[in-house]
Design a protein around this ligand. Sequence first.
Ligand SMILES: O=P(O)(O)OC[C@H]1O[C@H](O)[C@H](O)[C@@H](O)[C@@H]1O
Length: 547
Amino acid sequence: MALPSINPTTTKAWKKLEAHFENVKGLEMKDLFAQNKERANQMAINWEDFYVDYSKNRITSETINLLLELAEETKLKEAIQSQFSGEVINKTEGREVLHTALRAKATDTILVEGKNVMPEIFEVKQKIETFSNQVISGALKGYTNKAFTDIVNIGIGGSDLGPAMVVESLQYYKNHLTTHFVSNVDGDHVNQVLKTLNPETTLFVIVSKTFTTQETLSNANTIRTWFLEHAKQEDVAKHFVAVSTNIEKVKAFGIDQNNIFPMWNWVGGRFSLWSAVGLTISLSVGYKNFDSLLAGANKMDTHFKSTDFDQNIPVVLALLSIWYNNFFNAESEAVIPYTQYLTQFATYLQQGIMESNGKSVDRNGDLVNYQTGTLIWGEPGTNSQHAFFQLIHQGTKLIPADFIGFAQSLHGNQDHQDKLMSNYFAQTEALLNGKTKAEVEAEFEGQNLSAEKIKELTPFKVFEGNKPTNTIFIKKLTPESLGKLIAMYEHKIFVQGIIWNIYSYDQFGVELGKQLANKILNEFDNQAFDNHDGSTLNLLNLYKKLR
Ligand SMILES: O=P(O)(O)OC[C@H]1O[C@H](O)[C@H](O)[C@@H](O)[C@@H]1O
C-alpha cells in the first residue's frame, strides 16, 4: 500500500493549530512555568537511560494535543506500520525503507517481496564480525606478513558521514587501529592521508552503495595506484575490501569476491551505518560495540513503533519541530551536544535531515504551499557558547535547539564534568528566562556608574529569553545510547516527512550538479567551452588559464 497523500494544511488539526498559534505566540514560557508547577513533569519523557524534557518550549498542553491530532489526521500510525513492515514507501525509487531491519533481532521476520531478509542480514553481520576479529587480533596480515595498523574508509555522503561520526563519537571505546576517512574528490584530501600511511600495514575499505560515485571511485583508483607502487597486483586482495550493493562493479574494480560485504537497495545511503557500511566502525571499536550500537537503535525502534504518540520521543520532537517550522516560521534548528566526542554529530545529521526533507514537491507531485525541511547546524558545547550563542540569545532569529548531555563523563574527571554540565543546564535556563530590564538595572547597582550610562547600556544587556530548547539528557555515552540517539533522529526525520507529505527517501536534488560537473569535466580538454551562462564561462576560462 502506498503512503496516502494528505496536504497537512488542509487538515482540521492544522486549521486549529493556526488559530491556536495566534493565542499562544505571545506567551512567555516563564509565565507558563509559574502558572503550572507540574509543567516540567508533564512535559518530559523518561525512557530507559534517556530523559527528554520538552517543557522549555513555547507550547501549552493544548498545543501538544493539536499536534497529536495532526499526526493522526496525516495517518502517521499507518505510515509507521508501512515502513516497518517493508512496504515500498520510497515510491519514487520503488524501494522499501528497512534500515530498521538491520538492527532487528535474528528471530524477527521481515519480508521483502515475500522473502525474509533476516537470515541474509545475519550472514553479513557474521562476516563483519569474523573479519573485524581477524584484523583486530592481527591474525589477518598484509602482503609482507605484518598485522594491520591503519584502516582507511573510502566513501562519501552516507558512506562516510555515518561511520566517521560514530568512530569519532566512540573514540573512547576504540582499539589500537588508526582510522582514516577519505571522502572528498579533492586530491589534496587523499594525498594528505596517504602521506601518513604504510602500504604494508594499511587496510582499505571502499564503501559505495552504488559503486558509481565519482569521488569514491577516483579516490579508490588513486589509492590502488599508490598501493601498486609498493606492492604487486595479487597483494590487492589482501588490502582492499568493499561494501556495496553493486557486486558486479566491485568485482570489475578488482576486489576479491571474499572481500565484498553486500548491502541492499532497501537501505538508504544516509541510513546505512547499521549495515556493512559500518564495517569501519566494527574494525575501530570491535564487533561487540558495533552490535551494541545496533541494539540501542533497535530499542529506539521498538519505542517508536509501540509507544503512544504523547510519550513517543521521536514523535514529540518531530511535532515540536513542525510547530516552529510551520507556525513560528523558524528556519533552522541547532543541535548542541555537551560532549566533545559528538563533534561530528550535527554534520552527520545535516545529511540525514536536509537530504531527506529538503523537498518542495508533495507525494502527489504537486508543489507544496508550506515550509518543509529545516536547516540543521550545531557544534559541541561549551565551545559553541563562545562562538555562535550570542545570536541564539540576542539575535533576531528564533532558533529552537536540542541540548544533548550525558550525566557521566567517560574519563571520570568530576571537576570538569560538573563545569560542563553546569553550562549545559545554565544555557537552557538562560534561554528560557532571559534577563529583564529590571534585572539588568539591579546588576548595575553598586557599580559606580552614572544614571545616564546605566540608561545607555541597559538595552544591550537585556535578554529577551523565551527561546525554546529540548533537553535530551542521557546517562552515559555508550555504543548503545549512541545507537538510540541516532535512531531517535532518524525517526524524527520520518515523522516530519510523513506529516509534510513529502518523500523523505529519495535525493534527486543532488543529481543536477553531478551531471553538470561531468559535462564540464569533459570540456576541459576541448579547444573551447560549450554554451554556458556568462558568469560560468568567465570562471571556466579563468580556471583554464590558471590551472
Ligand atoms: O554510497 P554511494 O552510492 O557512493 O553514495 C554516496 C552518496 O552520494 C549521493 O550523491 C547521495 O546524495 C548520498 O545520499 C549518498 O550517500
